[in-house]
Design a protein around this ligand. Structure first.
Ligand code: LR7
Ligand code: MN
Length: 589
């Protein structure tokens, strides 16, 4: 009996002790979470973050996710800023100098919050404790004060500070007064030694500016950003993680969209990078086959090309593969060149869904470009095509006639890099990395300008979109919107758009629809300098007349009507094999 009494007593005591322990734990938790979320903490954090970076580095919790929820004000949480009356007029005037609305930007806090648009799984990913540090290199030429510094603040606020070696601002010879001492002072007072400013002695352009930044960096990883970005929560860690696992990886964030007028931050869809034969960068849908291969939506996406401005790379690997072509000027083409090089020389280029960075997409370049932007872009693209594209460069030249016969400088050193690294040829790249890119001589019977000789009108996209009629325009020989192909699947195609006839009536125009490769309404038959006949309707493509408003129209077929005769600039019948054997010879180095 005595024993039973003792046992009850013991049980009673242990219940009391356990409850007390639980009570204490709950109290500690409540007090703590009050401390974290309370207004004092928010205030203190906000002031303390920059005044005392050292303290923040110890308390490396990235709790901006929490504090961001408590911010109120214009543009907070990535909301649009709408201007009215005088302010609106003032704002419109700032577009010339910035290609965005500077009044709106100036109203928004340097530390505004952005919506956490990451996939919900991202927060549960646990990264290695041993990740190396990154130096963030931000280049700028005459960037506006508020957009530049908002970029820097976002990096400081939303990177794990123990992973952030430093931020290096490279001034590409700006002439705005505020970007000199005033910038040095701001950086010194607000960011201590975490942010450095270095300056170029003359205008070098973004390629050489990035190289200068890289040469001063001490982190194992380099992360490049444009000077008008806002990084999203914990953007850096997922990028470093990919490179830590495999140092031959170039990791890009998903690039979200900051509206140049309202500064609204919106999530961009899941896409990957590509290009057309003119070497213009393009966003493409992720092919179904790649989607099926992925185990989760947050797995990295292999990308044939990068947009260019936002990426992370191992510093010594970047040097090893030949960093950038210093023969490239100011702007353009370097992103495509690096994309070809990384893939062809054994590396990987990918987009990491848990890393997101907002970028202001501008419609024009507000800064002056010595020589003109089109000229430098063409120059740089030629260098990329000459070094990497082998025989396929002829499709580039055909699409960009302005590039034909132009001097492009010495590329010996770049060709040497290709040899030294034993890089694969462009055909390998097309087959293994970008099979979705339609290769004219392999996938098409005919390609180039599609001309109606009698009128000298050419089939033209007229920059129209899905569902809209296909047009004609005077042949300009400039490639671009007048490049079409007659594919082996029977499509008449411009990039991913196919001529489609769903209303099969005389007088209706064909429209642009996403190519589906299944024939049906997208199936045509054509012979050199003959009609283009729509198989399902039996009608033929007619160049149209005044009443058609520049649209093509479907007509009863008649090869005697010169308005129905079409001529592509190139026909490939029987040619594919010849090209293939040429290539083998070409790659014999
Ligand atoms: O002479 C110059 N010197 C510079 O330092 C010209 C520009 N720059 C700076 C400029 O201040 C900015 O920070 O270089 C950066 C890029 O210039 P932008 O913003 O005018 O270029 P962009 O955003 O229009 O162009 C994209 O393609 C370029 C091709 O050369 C670069 O690779 C850009 O970095 C790239 N931007 C992005 O990838 C962001 C996403 C855009 C998309 C798609
Ligand atoms: Mn940019």
């Amino acid at each position: 009996m005595g024993n039973a009494k003792m046992a009850t007593k013991k049980l009673f005591m242990s219940v009391v002790v356990t409850s007390l322990v639980w009570f204490a734990l709950v109290m500690v938790y409540i007090l703590n979470s009050n401390k974290k979320n309370g207004p004092e903490q928010f205030g203190r954090r906000n002031i303390g973050r920059y005044r005392d970076l050292a303290a923040v580095i110890v308390d490396d919790d990235l709790s901006s996710v929490g504090t961001d929820r408590h911010r109120f004000g214009p543009g907070e949480n990535g909301q649009p800023v709408l201007l009215y009356g005088e302010q609106r007029r003032k704002g419109e005037k700032t577009f010339d100098a910035n290609a965005f609305n500077l009044v709106a930007s100036d109203i928004i806090s340097m530390e505004r919050s952005v919506p956490d648009v990451r996939h919900s799984l991202c927060d549960s990913v646990r990264y290695s404790k041993n990740l190396p540090t990154a130096s963030v290199v931000i280049i700028f030429h005459n960037e506006a004060w508020s957009t530049l510094l908002r970029t820097v603040h976002s990096v400081i606020n939303r990177s794990k500070l123990k992973l952030l070696q430093e931020v290096i601002l490279v001034d590409d010879y700006s002439d705005k007064g505020e970007l000199k001492e005033q910038l040095d002072d701001y950086v010194e007072t607000n960011f201590h030694n975490k942010v450095k400013v270095i300056r170029l002695e003359k205008r070098e352009g973004l390629i050489r500016a990035r190289l200068l930044g890289a040469s001063k960096a001490s982190g194992k990883i380099l992360a490049f950003l444009d000077s008008h970005c806002e990084v999203n929560h914990n953007w850096l860690e997922p990028l470093i993680d990919r490179i830590y696992r495999d140092s031959s990886t170039i990791a890009c964030p998903v690039i979200d969209i900051i509206d140049p007028n309202t500064f609204e931050y919106s999530a961009s869809p899941s896409v990957r990078g590509g290009f057309n034969w003119g070497l213009h960068f393009k966003w493409n849908n992720i092919p179904q086959s790649d989607i099926l291969k992925r185990n989760s939506e947050i797995e990295p996406i292999r990308s044939p090309a990068m947009a260019g401005g936002l990426f992370a790379v191992d510093r010594s690997y970047f040097e090893h593969i030949g960093s950038y072509d210093t023969g490239m000027e100011i702007w353009g083409g370097e992103n495509i060149e690096l994309s070809f090089r990384i893939w062809q020389c054994g590396g990987t280029l990918e987009i990491v869904p848990c890393s997101r960075v907002g970028h202001i997409f501008r419609k024009t370049h507000p800064y002056s470009v010595p020589g003109g932007i089109d000229q430098v872009f063409t120059h740089n693209s030629i260098r990329a095509a000459e070094v990497w594209m082998d025989e396929y460069k002829r499709f580039f030249y055909a699409t960009r006639p302005d590039a034909q016969g132009r001097a492009f400088g010495d590329i010996t050193e770049r060709v040497q890099i290709r040899k030294r690294l034993g890089c694969k040829n462009f055909k390998w790249y097309l087959e293994n990395v970008f099979p979705e890119l339609s290769v004219p001589n392999e996938n098409a019977h005919a390609w180039g300008e599609c001309r109606n000789p009698a009128s000298n009108l050419c089939m033209d996209t007229l920059m129209r979109e899905q569902g809209q009629p296909v047009g004609v325009y005077t042949c300009h020989g400039g490639g671009g919107n007048q490049v079409f192909s007659y594919t082996k699947l029977g499509e008449i195609r411009h990039e991913e758009w196919c001529l489609d006839v769903s209303r099969k009536k005389v007088g209706e125009p064909p429209t642009f629809e996403q190519c589906h490769g299944l024939g049906g309404n997208q199936m045509w038959k054509h012979t050199q300098n003959g009609v283009i006949k729509h198989q399902a309707s039996g009608l033929c493509l007619d160049r149209g007349s005044a009443i058609d408003n520049g649209n093509l129209r479907m007509s009863h077929c008649s090869s005697r009507k010169d308005s129905q005769l079409w001529q592509f600039s190139q026909y490939f019948e029987g040619e594919a094999d010849v090209i293939r054997s040429n290539e083998e010879e070409y790659f014999a180095f």
